[in-house]
Design a protein around this ligand. Structure first.
Ligand code: CS2
Length: 399
């Protein structure tokens, strides 16, 4: 039995990498919780958890054999990163877990990173840098987050951390890029009651995983994974079309009084807005992805219409400052001069959502909440998502 060490055992990981690994056989997973012990306390490794795949019923996934709680035993986490029996280290720590600035370098002034540079590792970046510096055997570090070039981003963060901390990583370590996809709504109390499992996770039947074929050592025989030389066209298609439309539906949908994705997508104005945004996005894709864009857009609409998922718009609306750069800003920058009106509308929907939440006295769920609170003009908001250069597009497509 070989082992994957996984940082961030949240719902998405349980609905994606964990199920793929369960189906592959021959591998188990040691999970690392970076903050709380709640996952470890609730998991019985022999029983696992239920994955409630919509339309297929609950599946018992018992592939996580151990959970380490980093704050309780950081030394054990470091030892696991260095362990030659661990051939794959994976991570789902969300967009904000990489601590990269707009220049793609590690933000060593971010409080979490500054504190661990001065003290002990607490984030996935610090644990990887310290653990890899002790390691000799080759290893693959696989990002499973929704960021463009997620592997390169994780690699840059770890290498910058190592440099700042005076650590030397000498083992063969690869950081392949990957595109991950499966709609995974938050767990509801209803599902917990139905399954009797506090860790149950709901998800749609569809799933997709495209991984750069660049591993340093052994890997599971994950079924249906597409191994490619260059993931970028797949990442662009997914982030710009699926996630771009999702974020637009979230912000415009909440403002229009909707709660779930399946409600927003059947609102005629929002549906037209989402279709137009996907069309704008499709025009920016490399040729091979562009050829499938129409079929892909229609398949996405069908996934969004799924009335059984109850995918909350507020779940998607979180962390907009971290998500918009890959979902809308890069796309708008890639549009031909004069195009991109629907993307401009998407970014405006985010600004309007932020203003409305702040106006109503609700705290924004965003690591940049404080800065957003002080933003006044459209230009201020664009600056926060690294899009100040796009101001002209906003004047061209006046809202
Ligand atoms: C969503 C994604 O919460 C969000 O921001 O857009 O989690 C989305 O459901 C997944 O990327 C689908 O693969």
């Amino acid at each position: 039995m070989s082992t994957i060490l996984h940082f961030g055992p949240g719902n998405f990981f349980r609905a994606h990498l964990a199920e793929y690994t369960f189906d592959a056989g021959g591998w188990d997973i040691t999970a690392v919780s970076l903050r709380s012990s709640s996952f470890r306390d609730a998991l019985d490794p022999a029983k696992g958890y239920f994955l409630a795949i919509q339309g297929q019923g609950p599946r018992q996934i018992d592939v996580i054999k151990q959970v380490l709680v980093a704050p309780e035993d950081p030394a054990r986490v470091l030892a696991s990163v260095a362990d030659p029996d661990v051939a794959v280290i994976s991570a789902t720590v969300t967009e904000k877990g990489y601590y990269l600035g707009a220049d793609g370098r590690l933000d060593v002034t971010a409080p979490d990173i500054a504190a661990e540079l001065a003290g002990h590792p607490t984030t996935v970046i610090g644990f990887l840098a310290h653990g890899l510096a002790r390691r000799q055997a080759p290893v693959t570090v696989l990002s499973c987050d929704n960021r463009m070039q997620n592997g390169d981003a994780l690699g840059a963060a770890v290498k910058d951390f190592a440099k700042a901390a005076g650590l030397h990583i000498t083992c063969d370590v690869r950081f392949p890029n990957a595109m991950v996809d499966r709609i995974t709504p938050a767990t509801t109390d209803d599902l917990r009651t139905q399954t009797g499992d506090p860790l149950a996770v709901p998800c749609e039947p569809f799933k997709e995983w495209v991984i750069e074929d660049n591993f340093a050592a052994a890997r599971p025989n994950w079924p249906d994974v597409q191994w490619v030389k260059n993931v970028a066209p797949h990442e662009m298609r997914k982030l710009r079309m699926l996630n771009g439309a999702h974020s637009y539906l979230a912000y415009a949908g909440i403002l229009a009084g909707h709660t779930y994705v399946h409600e927003a997508i059947v609102d005629p104005d929002l549906r037209a807005g989402a279709m137009a945004l996907m069309q704008d996005a499709a025009a920016t894709l490399p040729a091979e992805a562009q050829a499938q864009a129409d079929t892909y857009a229609h398949a996405l609409v069908t996934r969004f219409e799924n009335p059984h998922l109850n995918h909350a718009l507020r779940q998607i609306a979180m962390d907009g400052s971290q998500k918009l750069p890959y979902r809308m800003v890069d796309t708008l920058r890639a549009c031909h001069e004069g195009d991109g009106a629907a993307l401009v509308a998407g970014v405006r929907a985010w600004m309007a959502f932020c203003r409305s939440e702040i106006g109503a006295g609700r705290a924004l769920q965003d690591p940049k909440a404080e800065t957003l609170k002080n933003a006044q003009s459209d230009g201020d908001f664009l600056g926060i998502i690294g899009a100040a250069d796009l101001m002209g597009r906003f004047t061209d497509h006046a809202g």
